[in-house]
Design a protein around this ligand. Structure first.
Ligand SMILES: O=C(CO)COP(=O)(O)O
Length: 272
């Protein structure tokens, strides 16, 4: 990933849409089609801002057919995966199956999984490992709640999550890793972390990655911000040197708004 730069480093910005539990497969196809058309009309350059969607599992086969059939440059991934490859794990989905569906990425440890499904750092680590085993790029989500933010422990808390979710994994296994910083208090609330908050954490995450895996790894790793990102606030967040993209929830369900976010980012990169 060395095409366009974000600030100082060679990192292609990444705009990702996490649909969460929204959009059945026919709605999902319509959304991807509209997104692709909107970006095409705007002459979006995907090499300057990568665009990825994370539909529900049940949409993935339909999205694959559309993307492959129409030769779209939009990439897609799953919102979760099992830490196991196959067997008696009712309701779970293997990374092997996701790879067969053409997924490029997979979210690991989204706060809604950590909080609602009580996923531990250790489980997230095993999921990261499963993703890598099947050639999927893990997009590891970390971020503090309101309590840690108010107590001023947010950096320490988030870095602990990061270390725990990557424990015992080597740099060689993690090529392409993406980290998404999503403060829980900013998700779906309309509260956005200030650009300086996003930068503070992104820089701390990068410094930690450097400690763990060395400078080259840290420099190459993309760190996204997520939490109430919209076309009206993405520019200021992306202006920060360590923020390489956005993980967008609600606003990614509106093709025009999501395309606008991707377009803004592409322009920022071009103009930097
Ligand atoms: O959780 C998020 C993306 O993964 C953020 O969601 P919102 O953009 O709806 O706040």
């Amino acid at each position: 990933m060395t095409t366009q730069t974000n600030g100082v480093f060679d990192r292609t910005p990444l705009i990702a849409g996490n649909w969460k539990m929204n959009m059945d497969h026919s709605q999902g196809i319509a959304l991807v089609q509209k997104l692709a058309w909107t970006l095409k009309d705007a002459k979006h350059d995907y090499s300057r801002a990568e665009v990825v969607v994370f539909p529900p599992f049940t949409d993935l086969r339909s999205v694959q057919s559309l993307v492959e059939g129409d030769g779209l440059q939009i990439k897609y991934g799953a919102q979760d995966l099992s830490d196991q490859d196959k067997g008696a794990y009712t309701g779970d989905v293997s990374g092997e199956f996701l790879a067969k569906l053409g997924c490029s990425y997979v979210l690991v440890g989204h706060s809604e999984r950590r909080l609602i499904h009580h996923e531990s750092d250790e489980l997230c680590r095993d999921k990261v490992r499963a993703a890598v085993r099947h050639g999927l790029i893990p997009m590891l989500c970390v971020g503090e709640g309101l309590e840690e933010r108010q107590a001023g422990n947010h950096v320490q808390y988030t870095l602990e999550q990061l270390r725990g979710s990557l424990a015992d994994l080597g740099a060689g296994e993690l090529e392409g890793l993406v980290v998404a910083y999503e403060p829980v208090w900013a998700i779906g609330t309309g509260e956005v972390a200030g650009p300086e908050d996003a930068q503070e954490m992104a820089a701390a995450i990068r410094a930690e990655l450097e400690k763990l895996y060395g400078a080259d790894f840290a420099r190459a790793t993309r760190i996204l911000y997520g939490g109430s990102v919209k076309s009206s606030n993405v520019a200021s967040i992306m202006a920060e040197p360590d923020v390489d993209g956005a993980l967008v929830g609600g606003a990614s369900l509106d093709a025009e708004e999501f395309a606008k976010i991707a377009r803004f980012v592409q322009h920022l990169v071009t103009d930097k």
